[in-house]
Design a protein around this ligand. Structure first.
Ligand SMILES: [Zn+2]
Ligand SMILES: [Zn+2]
Length: 67
């Protein structure tokens, strides 16, 4: 077995990335450009707290949070 954790999105082993917005451990398939997980990029079932964090992080990166 690998020492990497399980992906918090798809549940498969091999989570090598941590989402910079929600902190989920995600695998290569579930991470997107910028280190943000698919979950956050999709904006589905996102909590208010996560929205605030997401906007803050995107501002720090110089991106428009209103995507
Ligand atoms: Zn995954
Ligand atoms: Zn995320």
């Amino acid at each position: 077995m690998e020492s990497t954790g399980l992906c918090d999105i798809c549940g498969k082993a091999g989570a090598m990335y941590t989402c910079s917005l929600c902190g989920k451990r995600v695998c290569q398939l579930c991470v997107t450009v910028g280190g943000v997980c698919k979950y956050c990029v999709g904006g589905k079932s996102i909590s208010e707290d996560e929205k605030i964090v997401r906007e803050r992080v995107l501002k720090e990166k110089g991106l428009d949070p209103r995507i």
